[in-house]
Design a protein around this ligand. Structure first.
Ligand code: PMV
Length: 353
């Protein structure tokens, strides 16, 4: 259709399709305040093959409800997620004045299996924010520029914190850090100086378990409010974000490994030491970690692990070692894990249509 109400725009938007990748944090965001404001800065790598693709169609609104919305996931109506998106749209109503006149239909598809421990809310809210901001942009007759991605990152953050980092490719930093100019709590920024050691970095995900999360990340974040180690943890993460920014620039594998692995263990240590303590790692997680560390020691290949808020193990390694590490992963884990997803660093979101 042509969005021509009030002659606002002649650019035909028909159906908008955006693809937004997921991301894996190297320095973890864990703890938030106010309106999705992180308690510390975080740094992530944007993936390539693990993405959400969303088609947004607009039609003339025929009812007088405030928001007219349909959300389909993998071809089926997804009521719980539709309600989450409805709340998001209602909270951000003032930013999307077209909601007054148009009914929205989202058709969403993930390239990765459900509950694979890949941050699906990051890629989904990234893609939702991209398609909504794209409508606004077309109505305002603006082009896709730096400002578009900055604004989109901010709107994605309001849906799911870590989603704001998925709007940028390669490595992104989110959260105010006094040592990093341009850093901001409202949106992520691209880390521009990346050594070739870290270009096309790989992330292979060992699916230890594919059951849904026992504890939601919002519940986890809120446990940081009264966590006895919170203050030091936030300080540590800020220092590490700054340090990692330099490590990515100098290409120092050893330091990268130390930061990535300690961050993964610290994230889970925070969960285990909160008032309502809980445990997300499984015996298979520890077995995988030990095997990866032993393989590194034996081969001197700079391969390491990180964890998200779940039992699955992300194996990180440079492109130059891809063949050797993939042979190792297939031989060692093929029969003991549910699945291995071979992913790598990506260039960020893509407009498909
Ligand atoms: O974006 P959220 O609220 O789902 O939180 C994500 C938190 C971690 O994935 C555990 C870490 C991170 O920085 O992505």
């Amino acid at each position: 259709m042509t969005l021509s109400k009030n002659n606002q725009s002649r650019e035909s938007i028909g159906k908008i399709v955006w693809r937004c990748p997921s991301n894996i944090a190297i320095v973890k965001y864990w703890g938030k305040k106010g309106n999705q404001i992180p308690c510390n800065s975080s740094v992530s790598m944007t993936l390539s093959k693990s993405f959400t693709e969303i088609e947004l169609s607009l039609s003339e609104k025929k009812t007088d409800e405030k928001i007219s919305l349909n959300y389909f996931f993998e071809g089926k109506k997804n009521v719980p997620f539709e309600e989450r998106v409805r709340k998001y749209l209602s909270d951000q109503y003032k930013y999307f004045p077209f909601l007054k006149n148009y009914a929205l239909e989202f058709k969403s598809h993930n390239s990765f299996p459900h509950s694979a421990g890949i941050a699906s809310s990051a890629s989904a809210f990234g893609a939702i924010a991209l398609s909504l901001l794209d409508v606004s942009r077309i109505l305002r007759k603006q082009t896709i520029n730096e400002d578009f991605f900055k604004k989109t990152s901010e709107m994605a953050r309001l849906g799911s914190g870590s989603a704001c980092r998925s709007i940028f490719g390669e490595f992104a930093l989110w959260g105010k850090n006094n040592s990093i100019s341009g850093s901001d709590n409202r949106f992520a920024i691209l880390l521009e100086e990346i050594h070739e050691n870290f270009r096309n970095f790989n992330d292979s995900i060992l699916i230890i378990e594919n059951e849904p999360k026992k504890v939601s990340s919002s519940a986890g974040h809120s446990l940081m409010n009264e966590h006895p180690y919170a203050k030091n943890r936030f300080l540590q993460a800020n220092n590490r974000s700054f340090h990692l920014k330099n490590v990515l620039k100098t290409g120092d594998f050893e330091e990268f490994i130390t930061i990535a692995e300690s961050e993964a263990l610290t994230l889970h240590a925070m969960m285990m030491t909160s008032r309502d303590y809980y445990l997300l790692i499984k015996p298979g997680t520890l077995i995988a970690i030990e095997k990866i560390m032993a393989f590194r020691k034996e081969t001197k290949i700079p391969v390491c692990f990180t964890l998200d808020a779940g039992p699955n193990v992300h194996v990180l390694y440079p492109a130059s070692e891809k063949n050797k590490v993939e042979i190792f992963l297939n031989n060692m884990f093929k029969n003991s894990v549910k699945e291995i997803i071979f992913d790598q660093m990506g260039k960020g979101p893509e407009k498909i249509r």
